[in-house]
Structures are given as C-alpha cells and as structure tokens.
Write a protein that binds this ligand. Structure first.
Ligand code: 13P
Ligand code: SF4
Length: 299
C-alpha cells in the first residue's frame, strides 16, 4: 500500500496531475486524493484545477463533468466501467420526447446524468445546491426534472411545487427502508439521523436531516450531537470518522455502490502510468452540456 501510494505520488508529480475523489470512494483512495468531496464541491474544484491532468475517482458522469469544464486538460479515470445506473436511466432521446410533450417547460437535470442529457437541459443541480437553484424559477413555470424522481420530489416538496418527474432512482439508496431507520434509532437512541435526498420519501420523512454527502460532513462537524445514523453509501463513513474522531457514526443499513468502489489504488497508479483510460466528450455535446453546468456554478 505504501509503495503504491509512493508510486502514485511520483507519477502525480511527473504528470502534473491532481487526484479528485468522491466521498463514497474507498478510504485508501480518499487518503491519497488531493481533494475529496461531494458532486458540487468536485465540480467546483474541477472548474478551477491548476494541473495538466485530472484523475477522477468516482463514477463516469463526474469525470465527464470535469472533462467538459476543462477542455484543454487530460481527464483520466481508474476504471471506465464505473458508471452510475441512475444516470443511465434516461437517454437524450427520451428527454427530447418528454420536452416535446411539455413545450415551454424548463429542463433541469440532476448532475447524475450523461453529458448528452445535460446538453438538452437549461441547468443542472446537485443534491448540495438543488434547493437554491430551483428557487430561482418562478412558481408558475413548468419544470421537467430528470432523472432522479426522489431528489426531484424532495425539492418540489420543500418549495411547495410540483415537477414533471422522470422515474429514475439510485439502486443503492433504494435499498434503505424506513424500518432500517426505525431499527437504527432503537439501537442508538438520541443519535441524529441524516439521509441522502436520493432516498425514498418514507425514508426521508423518517430522518432528521436530508443532506448531500458534503452537507452530511458539514452537519457532523457543526452539530452538538455525538452520535449519527448515516443513510447513504458507506464510503462516507471513512471521512466522517476521520474528521470527527470524538463522534460516533452508524450505518443505517449496508449500502454499497459497486461502481464507486471500482477505483482502487492500483488502478489510480495504472491510469497515471498509462495515461489511460481518458474521458472525452464530443465537442458538440460538451459545449451544450457546459452551458447547463456553468449556469449551475454561477449560482
Ligand atoms: P453527492 O453530490 O451528495 O455527493 O451525491 C452523489 C451521489 O452519487 C449520491 O448517490
Ligand atoms: Fe449513482 Fe447511486 Fe452510485 Fe450515487 S450511489 S453513483 S446515484 S448508483
């Protein structure tokens, strides 16, 4: 492990590379990353990167976003099969058909979407900024929100409105049930329960806080509570425990996103050594998708 970390450090210097990692990545990958964060923090970081090469440890749409924001840079992924099943639940063609059924509606996509879908949208959102971004739309504007029905209904509920939703969902968060929350509360009375907005409504309702992964890190840091039940992918526990050694974190259930675990130290080293696999987005798609991402980052 130490040898691989050293090899990565050497290659990183030679390639003038930065390693970005999502909060769900394996602990050892988070530990060697230059920056670990949620989708919004990673998109912001990718937009301002001062390096020739970005190694993106996470899932494919995140690396695509980094490539779109950095046309002159090389974006590498440790494993190009690390997709997000939710992002693949809607195609650009399906979104175009939905837009045709709702002429005049604004099209908003969760950042967990392909570049082709982003290219069809007016703006994108992450779980960390969705409420802030969606507040900008006038109440009477019809809005199509894809692909996550749960984040969409969560934000619509907060803002007292309704969106045209697409039935997409995260298979990992879909496994969390309200009974899991009830059982975890019974086992750890007094713990604060935080869940991701990708969870179903009954699960969100059973929690104390509904937060992006970055929001969970901030909440755990600032809350007076000493114990937390965490309803999201288990990789975040590494960061929560590392940043808050005096606090205790319990998983609400076993939630593992297999794609987020595909980036290993060996694959990080190999992609830096081989400068492959590289993530590229066709120029015509990238230009249109960038408009939706820039609109979000401007808020
Ligand atoms: P965050 O933006 O909250 O990190 O979420 C990303 C994700 O894929 C959740 O499943
Ligand atoms: Fe996609 Fe769910 Fe994995 Fe997040 S946890 S990357 S939404 S499949």
């Amino acid at each position: 492990m130490d040898n691989i970390a050293e090899e990565i450090a050497k290659l990183r210097r030679e390639r003038k590379a930065v390693v970005l990692a999502h909060n769900y990545c394996r602990g050892e990958v988070q530990d060697i990353a230059d920056f670990t964060g949620d989708s919004l923090e990673l998109a912001r970081r990718a937009a301002g990167v001062d390096a020739d090469v970005i190694v993106f440890c996470g899932v494919y749409f995140m690396a695509e976003t980094a490539a779109i924001l950095n046309p002159g840079k090389t974006v590498l992924v440790p494993d190009e099969t690390a997709g997000c099943p939710m992002a693949d639940m809607i195609t650009a063609e399906q979104l175009r058909a939905l837009k045709a059924q709702h002429p005049g509606a604004a099209a908003v996509c969760y950042v967990n979407s392909t570049a082709e879908v982003k290219a069809e949208c007016d703006i994108c959102v992450t779980s960390g900024n969705a409420e802030r971004v969606m507040k900008m739309f006038p109440k009477d504007r019809e809005i199509i929100f894809v692909p996550d029905q749960h984040l969409g209904s969560h934000i619509a509920g907060l803002l007292g409105t309704e969106y045209v939703l697409w039935p997409g969902y995260c298979p990992t968060h879909a496994r969390l049930t309200a009974k899991n929350i009830e059982d975890a509360r019974a086992a750890h009375p007094g713990a604060q329960v935080m869940v991701h907005p990708e969870c179903r409504k009954d699960v969100r309702d059973a929690a104390d806080e509904r937060l992006s992964t970055g929001g969970m890190c901030a909440f755990a840091r600032t809350s007076a509570a000493k114990e937390f039940i965490v309803g999201t992918e288990e990789g975040i526990l590494h960061r929560l425990r590392g940043e808050n050694p005096e606090k205790t974190f319990w998983s609400a259930a076993e939630l593992r996103c297999p794609n987020m675990k595909k980036a290993t130290l060996e694959k990080v080293r190999d992609c830096l050594r081989d400068m492959s696999p590289q993530v590229t987005v066709p120029q015509e798609i990238a230009v249109r998708a960038k408009r939706a991402i820039d609109a979000m980052l401007a808020i």
